[in-house]
Design a protein around this ligand. Structure first.
Ligand SMILES: Nc1ncnc2c1ncn2[C@@H]1O[C@H](COP(=O)(O)OP(=O)(O)OP(=O)(O)O)[C@@H](O)[C@H]1O
Length: 346
């Protein structure tokens, strides 16, 4: 399998006189898995289509390995794309669907058969060759679609929400399968998703997008712990914000706002001087399976926390969030650098 780096510089796209993507710069390491993540309409699919060659650039350059592919038509880029809707040919068998791209390239039947058998084995679909695609489950169809993309040995695999049509259990198992396959082939892969959990589980690097621009490029761990701004944090499940007060942790560096996740905010735990602490009255308490989610009003702010046992409405409680789970933001709603980097900005 060939594998190539991808580099986008100043990629800008206007469609119908509207700016859809603004000056996108992105480097993708050979053999890595990159997720384009962001809310609906932020331009993820447009960016993927631009890389595949279906949407022309208004400005900028796309390089695959050492070559610019900006002006190449899709079929000359040799990238392979898999869509949300499997786009298989319903009148063909699994084997014929897989072999079709090879047939188009004039590869003789014996070699085609061998490569189809190899890819079926990789996808754990051996024995399905003559099955009609209409007799496959959604997950199996998507594996065939993936196989059909990979059979031409492309240097770059582009995936447009490939798992979003599948039900939750299949989606979870296919995530792992797809990632293992990608790693074993070492193919440079870019996947569009609006599902943060999917991106966090699968990606080497996540490109967080908003309104046609890149907000942040980071590893899953970094993005989760250090989202660039409050809006990015909210997209990554930071569902609480409080105004910073004088004696809060991080206050020395001037945090105007703290963000934290409900699961990190605990009710009535042993006092911890290093934690952010708020006191308030319980408005609601619901069972979540893992415990109880408690809503409270604390010093005029609505907050959500976790408790191990039910708490009666109206009870006065103490909420604590350990310092390690706090995300500090400045007055401009941009994240303040992590504590271990304060000396860098002093
Ligand atoms: N052919 C087109 N002509 C004009 N505008 C378009 C065209 N295609 C997409 N857009 C607009 O570009 C913006 C980005 O669309 P795009 O499909 O890339 O977003 P997305 O992040 O992939 O969204 P989703 O997750 O909903 O698929 C949207 O505002 C969309 O309406």
């Amino acid at each position: 399998m060939r594998t190539e780096a991808l580099a986008l510089s100043d990629v800008t796209i206007d469609l119908r006189q509207q700016r859809i993507l603004e000056s996108i710069h992105l480097d993708v390491e050979p053999g890595s898995f990159t997720c384009l993540l962001g809310p609906s309409g932020c331009g993820k699919t447009t960016l993927l289509r631009a890389i595949a060659g279906f949407t022309p650039l208004s400005r900028g350059d796309i390089r695959l390995g050492s070559k610019s592919i900006t002006h190449l038509p899709p079929e000359k880029r040799q990238t392979a794309m898999v869509f949300q809707s499997y786009a298989l040919w319903p009148h063909m068998s699994v084997g014929d669907n897989l072999g079709y791209p090879l047939k188009l390239r004039g590869i003789p039947r014996p070699e085609r058969q061998q490569r189809v058998a190899e890819i079926l084995a990789r996808l754990e679909l051996s024995g399905f060759e003559s099955r009609a695609v209409t007799q496959l489950s959604g997950g199996q169809r998507q594996r065939v679609a993936l196989g059909r993309a990979l059979i031409i040995d492309p240097p770059l695999l582009l995936l447009d929400e490939p798992l979003s049509n599948l039900d939750a259990a299949i989606r979870r198992s296919l995530r792992g399968e797809l990632r293992r396959l990608q790693k074993s082939l070492g193919i440079t892969t870019i996947m569009v998703t609006h599902d943060q959990e999917e991106a966090l589980q699968m990606a080497d690097q996540i490109v967080l997008m908003r309104a046609g621009e890149i907000v942040q490029i980071a590893s899953p761990q970094h993005l989760y712990q250090h989202p660039a701004d409050l809006n990015a944090a909210r997209f990554l499940g930071v569902d609480n914000t409080v105004t910073g007060r004088e004696h809060d942790p991080h206050s020395a560096i001037g945090a105007a706002i703290f963000g934290f996740r409900t699961r990190d905010a605990l009710i009535n735990t042993a006092p911890n001087k290093a934690a952010l602490t708020r006191k308030g009255r319980v408005n609601d308490c619901v069972y979540t399976g893992d415990g109880y989610q408690v809503s409270l009003t604390a010093e005029g702010e609505e907050l959500c926390a976790t408790a191990t046992s039910p708490i009666a409405l109206g009870t006065f409680v103490t909420l604590q969030v350990p310092e390690s789970a706090l995300i500090p933001f400045g007055p401009d709603e941009r994240q303040l650098p992590p504590l271990d980097r304060h000396e860098d900005i002093a």
